[in-house]
Design a protein around this ligand. Structure first.
Ligand SMILES: [Ca+2]
Ligand SMILES: [Ca+2]
Ligand SMILES: [Ca+2]
Ligand SMILES: [Ca+2]
Length: 415
């Protein structure tokens, strides 16, 4: 899922090289019915929040497996879809063993499941991507300790190809985007300690072009966006202390820099496309006051709209529940278990859904699991494994449980 400014890297634990494990996984990818931990290796913690990737594919006419008109929520580079059927799939990590499992979904039904092997979760992180533009989600694996990088091309639960790239020092962090608009994922590198930046343009498993970009102030944090909606990713820079914001509009490795209005440090943000014009917009939230507002962005033109205030126990997620191409906002109250959704039309809430309450401890993760173009909500019950899916249709939610046979025990985490 796209949108959060906070990276949630998986952390895994094993002694194997990623590529070896992934190659091995090719013989492990037939349907697995039970997932027995293979032995405790170490502990880790996994957040269920989204990763930072955000790859606009505005002129993508080939992402047609899902009827949603907005590629932000259907691109296989952003939302896991390993078999390219337009139905969001699920990635699971075992916190005890480091095993990674892919589950191909059809609504609440698991149509196939495969293990990708075990990883050292303290070192290896991943990003989803689509490096070969086949509409099937791939991985960029990065070892934050050794600096190793591996591209893993997926085909369903099978690894089609796994190739090691050049090592990049541990200080650097990759982000996923498509900077030249060829609909093949590229990699933006930023070194938070030094402010150094670089772009690797990628075609399949090959880095076709590596370019060093200007250094930035180390107080600035990059997020991949597409503020002009041209299908070429841009970089949004924010200084979370001073509130300064600016943008690099990218065309391959060429950049043009523009200042944006500032937004003081109390505000954090989530990305979406609330007016459906394929340019990235921003949902700002003040965690202290609970205030919310939206910037619809068109190039460097920003329109601001103030939304209702919701206190800090409400957590937002991004989806499109009526399938109109305009990003909506789902809210789960982590104290009371209340749920609501705002169906958005630009900077205003067009309608509000009053949904059933459930356990405050349930963790929602969003995707379109039945492929009808409308985002659904996967509810993870970390304690009991009694997960369920809310199939959404605008303001209506229909709950379907994951079958008892497919329940995953509490050491399994999903993003
Ligand atoms: Ca799928
Ligand atoms: Ca792919
Ligand atoms: Ca919508
Ligand atoms: Ca759906």
């Amino acid at each position: 899922m796209f949108g959060s400014k906070n990276t949630s890297n998986l952390s895994l634990n094993t002694s194997k090289w990623a590529s070896e494990s992934f190659q091995k996984s090719q013989i492990l990818t037939s349907s697995v019915d039970s997932l027995d931990p293979l032995g405790s290796v170490s502990t880790f913690s996994s957040k269920s929040s989204a990763s930072t990737l955000y790859e606009p594919l505005t002129n993508s006419l080939d992402a047609a497996a899902n009827p949603n008109p907005n590629p932000y929520l259907t691109s296989a580079a952003i939302v896991p879809d390993f078999n390219g059927d337009g139905k969001t799939d699920k990635l699971w990590v075992n916190s005890q063993t480091g095993e990674i499992v892919v589950r191909l979904m059809d609504g609440a039904t698991i149509i196939q499941q495969g293990s990708l092997g075990q990883y050292d979760v303290s070192a290896w992180t991943y990003k989803t991507a689509d490096f070969n533009s086949d509409q099937k989600t791939d991985f960029l694996l990065r070892n934050q300790t050794t600096g190793e990088n591996v591209i893993v091309l997926m085909d369903g639960t099978n690894v089609a190809n796994a190739v090691s790239l050049e090592k990049v020092d541990a200080g650097w962090t990759p982000s996923i985007g498509d900077f030249n608009g060829d609909r093949k994922t590229d990699i933006f590198w930023h070194n938070a300690q030094t402010g150094q930046n670089a772009i690797w343009e990628v075609d399949g498993t090959t880095v076709t072009n590596g370019t060093v970009l200007d250094n930035t102030d180390t107080a600035l944090t990059p997020t991949v966006v597409d503020f002009d909606g041209n299908g070429k990713s841009d970089i949004f820079w924010r200084n979370q202390s001073t509130g300064e914001n600016k943008v690099w509009f990218m065309d391959g490795s060429q950049k043009s820099e523009f200042a944006l209005q500032s937004q003081d440090a109390a505000w954090t943000y989530t990305l979406g496309d609330f007016n459906g014009d394929l340019s990235t917009d921003i949902l700002w939230r003040n965690q202290t006051t609970g205030e919310n507002k939206i910037w619809t962005v068109n190039g460097i033109i920003v329109s601001e709209g103030t939304l209702n205030t919701l206190d800090a126990s409400w957590k937002s997620s991004i989806g499109d529940f009526n399938g109109d191409g305009k990003t909506d906002v789902f809210w789960h109250n982590e104290t009371t278990g209340e749920n609501t959704a705002w169906l958005m039309d630009g900077t205003t809430v067009a309608s509000e859904a009053f949904l059933s309450s459930n356990s405050a401890a349930l963790k929602p993760s969003l995707g379109d699991f039945n492929g009808d173009g409308k985002t659904d909500i996967y509810w993870r019950d970390q304690q009991t494994g009694a997960d369920s899916i809310w199939v959404m249709d605008g303001t209506q939610a229909t709950e379907t449980p994951i079958s008892e046979a497919d329940r995953l025990t509490s050491e399994w985490y999903t993003a």
